[in-house]
Design a protein around this ligand. Structure first.
Ligand code: ZN
Length: 427
């Protein structure tokens, strides 16, 4: 939130985009209603003019416009800002087959990434934070989108999350010769190794660093959901990353891990499952944001008992479902900022907007607050609140259209009829 950085992959993409720059294109949108941001009311008919990738003007009424290259008739729809998901994994699809990690090729991950980027954009999500993916797949996707090969969401990516040996994210349990190829790429032990791995991650182009503060639900080996990295390792990762101007996200289920990451200065806690009231107060005091990923819990609950996951994983799923939404509710009660994230990849990409209903039902938000979590609030977490998260002149042309009124009905966002991402219509 306090940091912004041009990642290597993004810089390369910008270079590629400048090579294909064409003359300005003007698109005029005739909107039935407009929600410019979650803090205002839904207006009546309006005309939105987009030039290239930016909103130029929004004026009342459906006005005739001179010199439009394209006119989009959304006069029966509600038009609002493109949505932001702070926790996705575009390179992966839902799977109980943990051994796939040993057989999937980088090329397959890249194609999976492209498929899911499109599904995500079509679902109305025009900005995502990918907090666990092959860094080269993420960089290739960003570059291809900038080239205009296919539209997709703006991607702020972490590459490989940092893990402890044997912890969540350290895939293991294979034959020694397979392990020799997999092992040690994203694990570190002790402050020095963790500082070095953080620098390597940022050198790859990561615009956010992600680390596994605790065990994980879907990993086989880590015995519990408890704290993984030591306090000093977490401090090393966070201080090193912040010194490079890169914010840090911590995957954390157990309260001890949430507490340790918070005290070490992490920017966002992902999941926050077993958050205590005392730690919620610390998060509030430190300005730490919670990204609760409620959809992930819904998704794993849907597959429970169907032979999809191994018994060890099913046991951990039952533990987390016993407190479904509790961490989110405690965070809100303590005044902690709660921002939108789904963990898509655990569930099928494109279902992202189901999170809105869960934020209302399981966390007590109003539909308006839920919409804010995926627009203005998430934009602020990314340090991009002057560019995305609302419709206003000068803002990025990230625009969607739905039936109904999302300020009153959190399910209205589950059916997105039209999407523009950075000025490009997604069809
Ligand atoms: Zn995740």
């Amino acid at each position: 939130m306090k940091f912004q950085r041009i990642a290597g992959g993004i810089a390369l993409a910008a270079l590629a985009a400048s090579a294909v720059a064409a003359q300005a294109e003007k698109v005029v949108i005739l909107a039935g209603h407009v929600i410019a941001g979650p803090d205002g009311e839904r207006s009546g008919p309006a005309t939105i003019t987009v030039v290239d990738d930016k909103i130029e003007s929004i004026v009342p009424g459906n006005q005739p416009v001179d010199g439009a290259d394209k006119i989009v008739d959304l006069s029966s729809k509600t038009v609002l800002p493109g949505l932001i998901d702070l926790h996705v994994h575009l390179g992966s699809d839902p799977s109980g087959d943990w051994w796939r990690e040993a057989i999937e090729t980088d090329e397959w991950i890249t194609l999976t990434n492209a498929k899911n980027a499109r599904l995500t954009a079509k679902a109305g999500f025009t900005t995502v934070r990918d907090v666990g993916n092959d860094p080269r797949a993420s960089a290739a996707q960003v570059r291809a989108e900038a080239m205009g090969w296919f539209p997709g969401p703006r991607i702020i990516w972490a590459g490989m999350p940092l893990s402890t040996i044997g912890g969540h994210g350290d895939v293991h349990g294979f034959r020694p010769e397979v392990m020799a190829a997999l092992e040690g790429q994203n694990t570190c032990t002790g402050a020095d190794e963790c500082a070095a791995l953080t620098r390597k991650t940022v050198r790859e182009g990561a615009a956010v660093v992600k680390f596994m503060a605790t065990g994980g639900v879907l990993s086989q080996g880590d015995k519990s959901l408890g704290q993984a990295f030591t306090d000093s390792e977490m401090t090393s990762i966070i201080e090193t990353s912040h010194a490079l101007g890169v914010p840090v996200a911590a995957h954390a289920h157990a309260d001890a891990g949430i507490h340790a990451a918070t005290m070490a200065g992490v920017d966002t806690i992902e999941h926050g499952t077993f958050l205590s009231e005392a730690t919620a107060k610390e998060m509030k005091a430190h300005g730490t944001v919670l990204v609760p990923t409620l959809l992930a819990f819904k998704g794993i609950g849907e597959q429970l008992g169907k032979g999809f996951y191994t018994p060890a994983v099913e046991d951990k799923i039952r533990q987390t479902l016993g407190v479904f939404g509790q961490g989110c509710r405690r965070a809100r009660a303590a005044g902690v900022t709660v921002a939108f994230g789904t963990d898509s990849g655990v569930t099928a990409h494109g279902r992202n907007a189901e999170e809105f209903e869960l934020l209302v039902d399981k966390c007590g938000m109003s539909p308006r607050e839920a919409l804010a979590s995926a627009t203005t609030v998430a934009a602020k977490v990314l340090g991009m609140d002057q560019q995305i998260g609302r419709l206003a002149p000068g803002y990025s042309a990230d625009i969607i259209a739905v039936e109904g009124n999302p300020l009153e009905d959190a399910t209205a966002l589950q059916h997105v009829d039209w999407v523009m991402a950075q000025g490009k219509i997604v069809d």
